[in-house]
Design a binder for this molecule. Structure first.
Ligand SMILES: [Mg+2]
Length: 311
């Protein structure tokens, strides 16, 4: 393990142009409240690429900024500090239990300073797909999420949209969905998260139910949420930012971090929310960065932004 003090030094030249062919090293910064960072990934020659010039930050919500009605400690203040150096921020979420408006009101209540237009959800992406294909979906969604599909025809359905709908994930509703697919319906999975974090522990996400319907019918779901590359690229398109100039911060190593990296963004995993020990090594490819929590990720970004500013 190599420890390097990066304070007041240009980060890229100090660390990442090094020819050290090590897989993992730790950066210890005594200037920023003992900030500890683990850059994880390697470039082609076993060396991290330079930290990019960032124009935008994509931030996951549940598990990263809050867990249900509890704010991750320091997250409200960290978001304020982040906006001072990077005004282009988008909150990208697979949350499908609530509409964008309900989500926005919850975040405001928790103390976050955000605009509703900064939220990009997988419900939005699913609605766009339904409209583009002119489908009439049966919506397997919680009542709180239905308003995001207002105006979409749902009579005589020829498609099934599945989100996180715990109140509908029982035999009869699933059997109704099964029959619709057997009759030629299109299957749209808003996302296929395996599980998510609740106050009482981990809970099944929509992924296992979408997969069960695929298994039973032989129909393959079209998935629109994280970790699909199209989801991240659509969010960045709204900001007019290229993927190589953006970082994604989230607690889901597969859906947030590796998904974003596949789309060309920098990925940063936080060890809050659904994070479990061993996640970093669970899928072969590793996150570009691993942080203890969102505030630490912000400290790291701010430090690098200030170090790469022309003097
Ligand atoms: Mg999350």
């Amino acid at each position: 393990m190599l420890r390097v003090n990066i304070c007041k030094r240009p980060f890229s030249s100090r660390i990442y142009t090094s020819t050290l062919s090590i897989k993992l090293f730790e950066v210890l910064c005594t200037h920023c409240r003992g900030l500890r960072v683990q850059p994880m990934a390697q470039g082609p020659a076993g060396v991290m690429p330079p930290f990019p010039s960032l124009s935008a930050v994509l931030i996951d919500l549940s598990g990263t900024l809050h867990i249900e009605d509890t704010v991750v400690p320091g997250a409200v203040e960290a978001l304020k500090r982040l906006r001072e150096v990077i005004p282009c921020v988008k909150f990208v979420t697979n949350t499908t239990k609530e509409s964008k408006r309900v989500l926005f009101e919850r975040l405001i209540q928790l103390g976050f300073s955000i605009d509703q237009s900064e939220i990009f959800t997988s419900l939005t992406a699913a609605r766009s797909l339904v409209e583009r294909k002119e489908l009439r979906p049966h919506l397997m969604l919680e009542p709180e999420a239905l308003e995001d599909f207002q105006g979409i025809p749902t009579d005589n359905p020829n498609a099934l949209v599945v989100g996180l709908a715990p109140s509908l994930f029982s035999y009869e509703p699933l059997n109704q969905a099964f029959r619709l697919l057997l009759h030629g319906g299109t299957l749209i999975g808003i996302h296929k998260a395996r599980y998510y974090k609740r106050k009482d522990g981990l809970a099944l996400g929509p992924g296992p139910f979408v997969t069960a319907l695929e298994y039973a019918t032989g129909v393959t779901a079209e998935v629109v949420g994280k970790p699909e590359s199209s989801f991240f690229l659509s969010a960045l398109k709204e900001l007019d930012v290229k993927p190589e100039n953006a970082i994604m911060i989230g607690d889901d190593v597969k859906d947030d971090v590796l998904g974003a990296q596949k789309a060309g963004l920098i990925g940063a995993l936080v060890k809050t929310g659904k994070y479990r020990h061993g996640d970093v090594d669970r899928f072969g490819e590793k996150p570009n960065y691993v942080f203890e929590d969102f505030p630490q990720a912000v400290e790291f970004i701010m430090l690098n932004m200030s170090n790469t500013q022309p003097s």
